[in-house]
Design a protein around this ligand. Structure first.
Ligand code: NAD
Ligand code: UDP
Ligand code: UDP
Length: 360
């Protein structure tokens, strides 16, 4: 009688090639701007198999062309408002138009994407036991009455305005995430993303950085929407992706702000907005008025271009800047790329896509 245990039964599946990848990751909205950069980063890890689901409303296959045909990559045309039956370990749920002109184009569809789309992804997460991360937004703070915004702030949002399909939609999506977590024990992660920029943004999607860069390259006036004193803080896309992956891999549900509040230099107060033009205005400031942003794009990309004031859209938040204390403490994350480093990288990508070379 021998006490030696027999070797475990080698399952035919275990040795099969689909077990080489030990993390199967779904990225909804993976053909979009942030999603495609996230896919690039996830694909760097040979243990990851990545499945993208996208309906190509604002995204494009072109953003993923380097991965099409790769054995660890799969692209599915699918709308998240319809149920999805696949087997995955993690879900990065990004699917949702992010630019105001696109999310306002069909507001009912936007709210369905946020609510039914998120419900479906949570149902999927529940069925397969996957961890799910939602890319929520700083827009959940609305036109904030607290500045900078930390995650405990409940926001100041118009429930019946033209932006509500997006910001109230994301608020319901966050609620659904927490209800599935509390009621069904789903592992959730919520990122509240602040304005993000970088290569592959839709050239004509109407967001401010893409507008100003495209306008400067095309010799068109930079359109500052009135009053121009409204502020935003801009995060480069590689920093954003790094933050999202850390959040997914860590132990905190969030919500956690991910954005770029700028580098704070002691004794340097930005509140008066007067010191911004030193060193091109980018060295210490993370929060820019739209006039300052336009002035800096002009200086960096096309000094000959004109800056004009145009009418704004309703409910435009007047100021926005993240408090990233939680991200720093819980994820060990903070942004590395300053605007003056990121803008030229984006200019290069836009020039290539527009076919307009720099002449000066
Ligand atoms: P994007 O528009 O480039 O990407 C969104 C992607 O989702 C696109 O590929 C689009 O085709 C896809 N999509 C939209 N509706 C869909 C649906 N019903 N089914 C399947 N796919 C669908 O936007 P982005 O800037 O990459 O934003 C990604 C996520 O980050 C969004 O959830 C957005 O709300 C969030 N976010 C972005 C920013 C930002 O500054 N870029 C700020 C806050 C939050
Ligand atoms: N769902 C999905 N994929 C799955 C499991 C569920 O798309 O693998 C959808 C399902 O169609 C439903 C939603 O997710 O509309 C919520 O699913 P859940 O099981 O939580 O709720 P129920 O189906 O019981 O309403
Ligand atoms: N904006 C602008 N000119 C443009 C586009 C936008 O001045 O051509 C302003 C807009 O009024 C807002 C800010 O830029 O105050 C950011 O707008 P965006 O649509 O990029 O993102 P949001 O933060 O509003 O989602």
């Amino acid at each position: 009688h021998s006490t030696t245990k027999p070797p475990p039964n080698p399952s035919p599946l275990r040795s099969a090639k689909f077990f080489q990848a030990n993390m199967r990751i779904l990225v909804t909205g993976g053909a979009g701007f942030i999603g495609s950069h996230l896919v690039d980063k996830l694909m760097e890890n040979e243990k990851n198999e990545v499945i993208v689901v996208d309906n190509y409303f604002t995204g494009s296959k072109d953003n993923l062309r380097q991965w099409i045909g790769h054995p660890r990559f799969e692209l599915i045309r699918h709308d998240v408002t319809e149920p999805l039956l696949i087997e995955v370990d993690q879900i990065y749920h990004l699917a949702c138009p992010a630019s105001p002109i696109f999310y306002k184009y069909n507001p009912v569809k936007t709210i369905k994407t946020n609510v039914i789309g998120t419900l479906n992804m949570l149902g999927l997460a529940k069925r397969v036991g996957a961890r799910i991360l939602l890319t929520s937004t700083s827009e959940v703070y609305g036109d904030p009455l607290v500045h900078p915004q930390d995650e405990s702030y409940w926001g100041n949002v118009n429930p019946i305005g033209v932006r509500s399909c997006y910001d109230e939609g994301k608020r319901v999506a966050e609620t659904l995430m927490f209800d599935y977590h509390r009621q069904h024990g789903i592992e959730i992660r919520i990122a509240r993303i602040f304005n993000t920029y970088g290569p592959r943004m839709n050239i004509d999607d109407g967001r401010v950085v893409s507008n100003f860069i495209a306008q400067a390259i095309r010799d068109e006036p930079l359109t500052v929407q009135s009053p121009g004193t409204q502020t935003r803080s801009f995060c480069y896309v590689s920093d954003m992706v790094d933050g999202l992956i850390r959040l997914m891999q860590g132990n905190n549900t969030g919500p956690i702000n991910i954005g770029n509040p700028g580098i704070v230099i002691p004794n340097c107060h930005r509140d008066d907005h007067n010191d911004v033009n030193t060193d091109l205005g980018f060295s210490h400031a993370g929060e820019f008025t739209m006039v300052e942003l336009a002035e800096n794009v002009k200086e960096l990309i096309n000094p000959k271009v004109e800056i004009i004031s145009v009418e704004n859209t309703p409910d435009d938040p007047r100021q926005r800047k993240p408090d990233i204390t939680k991200a720093k403490e819980l994820l060990g994350w903070e942004p590395k790329i300053k605007l003056r480093e990121g803008l030229p990288l984006m200019e290069k990508d836009f020039r290539k896509r527009l076919g307009i070379h720099r002449t000066n």
